[in-house]
Design a protein around this ligand. Structure first.
Ligand code: SAH
Ligand code: SF4
Ligand code: F3S
Length: 459
């Protein structure tokens, strides 16, 4: 994506008070972690742009490098430390480079991050409005830390700078009050708060007018979305979006299995605009472990929920998150997780080895499953899931699917890729005479399947 050019100012003729703060200095943002962080980076670019900074897509010519970080597992943080070390190379080339750490690691590690001598500013997820002035001060040599969490900040008035494309993220709420015992998010993101329904619906409408064809509404726990003025809940918000943009593909992430309402399921089933795909994190198939995790549901509740979802939307596809090797997990607990995964038959699963996080409740419970046992269990879970995905995807062969074109495939430029309503990736040979574009809906017959991808021919 090209750099955004700011208007050229006649510096000599412009009074200093009228000069934008950033004076067109170039900002490069690199994002780690979840979709919420991707969305936050767009907000950060929006704040910086509104304050006179320009954007660049490469650290090579950047005046400011911002790393938006994730703390969810130890290796997520490790990746960022390694990256920060590598940035020394850019500092050598440009002595007045400003480096900032944003996001969940900024919130968790705070001033400690300044000990990495390269870092000039540390800004947590609720303090991005301060970023332009902190960066400006850093050019004069002052280091800055802003990590206050807020009960009200939602950035709903700020205009994000999005990457070009046809799919957009819109965050509808921030923070999390669930306090699963393994999770740092309630500490790094603070208390739950929602944006107003009108601001979300207006943004989705604006995205449609700008040519976006798919929007994913984001929240750590979308079920607890609440519009303070009208009392509207998440199902109302989803319905309002579907009515406002009936041809937009609408998705959302993530619902919590404990309080996913009947009304939400009915709403999903009633609108074509709402994609029939749900990410429903299970974490473990053992009631004892779920209790230790403070997930607040039991396996039978979860399975009944899946049954209700499938009754309302027989073609729905499901994905999940699983943690292998949580403290005290036995071989029996592990087998129960494998059993539930076989029973539900997810399209896709994100599977992780448990990583203890300081200050969480589970941190104090210890980490007693040996590393090699965790990894063996994780591999068993992955192996089983690959088989299930392969079987499910194979049932698509012969079917005719409507797919939203994403663009050239990552592996082979002669092929393009798109996604079905149920979020399955479809690769198809590119036919430049057909005249379709990124964001178009095309029809394809599925001719082949692997465990993660469908292959199709355009009709
Ligand atoms: N709010 C979302 C997910 C947030 S984190 C939800 O509740 O689904 C995404 C996933 O990371 C979690 O679902 C969990 O499976 C995993 N995760 C979180 N903390 C973890 C930890 N300490 N170790 C391993 N995996 C973890
Ligand atoms: Fe973490 Fe649980 Fe909140 Fe998800 S619901 S962000 S796993 S505390
Ligand atoms: Fe997301 Fe990682 Fe923070 S998963 S909320 S960026 S800890």
């Amino acid at each position: 994506m090209p750099e955004i050019e700011l208007p050229i100012l006649d510096l000599a003729a412009t009074p200093p008070s009228m000069l934008p703060l950033g004076m067109g200095k170039k900002v490069y943002v690199e994002t780690y972690g979840c979709s919420m962080n991707v969305s936050d980076s767009e907000i950060v670019l929006g704040v910086m742009h509104a304050n006179g900074y320009a954007q660049t897509d490469t650290p090579d010519n950047a005046d400011v490098i911002l790393i938006n970080t994730c703390s969810i597992r130890e290796n997520a943080e490790h990746k960022v430390h390694t990256r920060l070390n590598m940035l020394k190379y850019y500092r050598k080339r440009k002595a007045d480079l400003v480096v900032g750490v944003l996001g969940c690691m900024a919130e968790r590690l705070r001033g400690k991050l300044l000990e990495e001598r390269l870092v000039d500013v540390v800004v947590g997820p609720d303090e991005y409005r301060k970023l332009p002035t902190l960066v400006d001060a850093a050019f004069d040599g002052s280091k800055g830390v802003a990590v206050q969490l807020s009960r009200i900040e939602t950035y709903e008035d700020l205009m994000p700078v999005r990457k070009e494309g046809r799919s957009a993220f819109v965050s509808i709420s921030r923070g999390c009050d669930k306090f699963c015992t393994f999770c740092v998010v309630p500490f790094t993101r603070g208390r739950e708060r929602s944006r107003s329904m009108s601001s979300v619906v207006d943004e989705v409408k604006m995205l449609w007018d700008q040519g976006f064809k798919e929007t994913t509404l984001l929240g750590q726990n979308v079920n607890s979305y609440r519009d303070d003025t009208s009392g509207a809940d998440f199902a109302d918000l989803l319905a309002a979006c579907a009515k406002a943009t009936p041809h937009m593909r609408l998705r959302y992430s993530t619902p919590h299995p404990q309080d996913m309402s009947e009304k939400l399921i009915e709403t999903m089933a009633s609108y074509d605009a709402i994609c029939k795909f749900i990410h429903v994190p299970l974490q473990s198939g053992s009631d004892r472990i779920l209790e230790l995790m403070n997930r607040t549901y039991r396996v039978d509740h979860y399975l009944r929920l899946i049954e209700r979802i499938r009754r309302a939307m027989p073609m729905v596809s499901l994905s999940t998150d699983i943690i292998a090797g949580f403290c005290t997990e036995t071989e029996d607990d592990h087998r129960m997780t494998m059993d539930v995964m076989r029973e539900v038959r997810y399209d896709l699963a994100y599977m992780y080895a448990y990583s203890p996080r300081e200050n969480t409740k589970a941190w104090k419970m210890g980490d007693d499953v040996p590393h090699d046992v965790k990894i063996r269990r994780l591999n068993e879970i992955i192996e089983q899931q690959v088989q299930i995905s392969g079987q499910l995807f194979a049932t698509n062969v012969g079917a005719v699917e409507e797919i939203l074109v994403d663009g050239p495939s990552k592996r082979n430029t002669m092929e393009w890729q798109g996604r079905t309503d149920t979020n399955r990736v479809v690769i198809f040979p590119h036919d430049h005479l057909r005249g379709y574009n990124v964001g178009d809906l095309v029809t394809a017959r599925i001719v082949r399947a692997s465990s993660a991808t469908l292959f199709g021919e355009l009709l």
